[in-house]
Design a protein around this ligand. Structure first.
Ligand code: ATP
Ligand code: MG
Length: 258
């Protein structure tokens, strides 16, 4: 069972900066030394949904998330947050305006405590230390890490590190969070817990989720819609039921196993 979440008051923060209802990708392409990692991809994530992004290794999923968070500049195409063109925004601006992410490879401050890892995100976003601590406490309670708050982050089990990454991305209730393979390396039971947490985010935090995940049980179980990339191109978008019987999707995954 997941815990209720009660967001602390933070009057210093201007909420109007993070009120975008959509995160849109329009005709996006990314070339690396002439090689297309993403080719003319368009999609829209809504604030009330879990939007799955799947595809075989090298499909361009992480590159797309890098573009959506200011870590990679698109070669062409646009990204719109609540209709605003984000061209030229650095990563910090995306986060301030309510687009947060986790990384495929963790990127925690391993020598800092679990709580401090969340607090520094809060202070980085303009909260005072006391507010940042309150936010950290509320989020760590919610992800089930409150009893480990004082441990160094590097001492956490891998799956707990994933939870911490999620807690950190949710500081100040962003409009969208982008989760890059949060269930990687987890057992089935651990996946169930994670499913419950991620599935609760849109309602609890009024936050859209873009979920990259290879574990099909996780993606199919909690996504409202799924977008499928293969070799940098869109091959399908639809509900989990539609995607599961989509011929091009089946071919892409069968091709991967062959
Ligand atoms: N910085 C880079 N320089 C050159 N090529 C890159 C760079 N980043 C990614 N690529 C290439 O772009 C393509 C897409 O990579 P990307 O990491 O986005 O795929 P992915 O769908 O996230 O894969 P995975 O499921 O393995 O995480 C791959 O061919 C990859 O080798
Ligand atoms: Mg990736």
């Amino acid at each position: 069972m997941i815990q209720p979440y009660v967001e602390p008051q933070a009057r210093t923060i201007d909420r109007s900066r993070t009120n975008a209802a959509t995160l849109e990708v329009e005709g996006l392409s990314v070339l690396f030394q002439g090689l297309a990692a993403i080719s003319d991809v368009s999609l829209t994530v809504n604030r009330h949904e879990v939007f799955g992004l799947i595809g075989p290794n090298g499909a361009g999923k992480t590159t797309l998330v890098n573009c959506l968070t200011g870590f990679q500049r698109p070669t062409s195409g646009r990204i719109l947050l609540g209709g605003d063109d984000t061209s030229g925004w650095p990563a910090a601006r995306f986060r301030e305006r309510g687009v947060a992410r986790t990384f495929q490879a963790g990127r925690l401050f391993k020598d800092m405590s679990v709580s401090e890892n969340v607090e520094v995100t809060g202070t980085g976003l303009g909260l005072g230390l006391r507010s940042a601590r309150e936010h950290a406490r509320a989020l760590l309670d919610w992800v089930g890490l409150s009893d480990k708050a004082q441990l160094p982050a590097g001492a956490l089990a891998y799956t707990d590190q994933r939870r911490l990454g999620i807690a950190r991305s949710l500081v100040l209730s962003p409009a969208f969070i982008l989760l890059d393979e949060p269930a990687a390396g987890m057992s089935d039971a651990e996946c169930e817990d994670l499913n419950e947490l991620v599935a609760a985010i849109p309602q609890l935090f009024t936050c859209g989720v873009l979920l990259i995940e290879h574990n099909m049980r996780v993606v199919m179980g909690i996504s409202h819609r799924i977008h499928v990339l293969d070799g940098g191109k869109t091959i399908a978008e639809g509900t989990p039921e539609e995607i599961q019987r989509h011929e091009a999707v089946l071919a892409a995954y069968l091709g991967m196993d062959a």
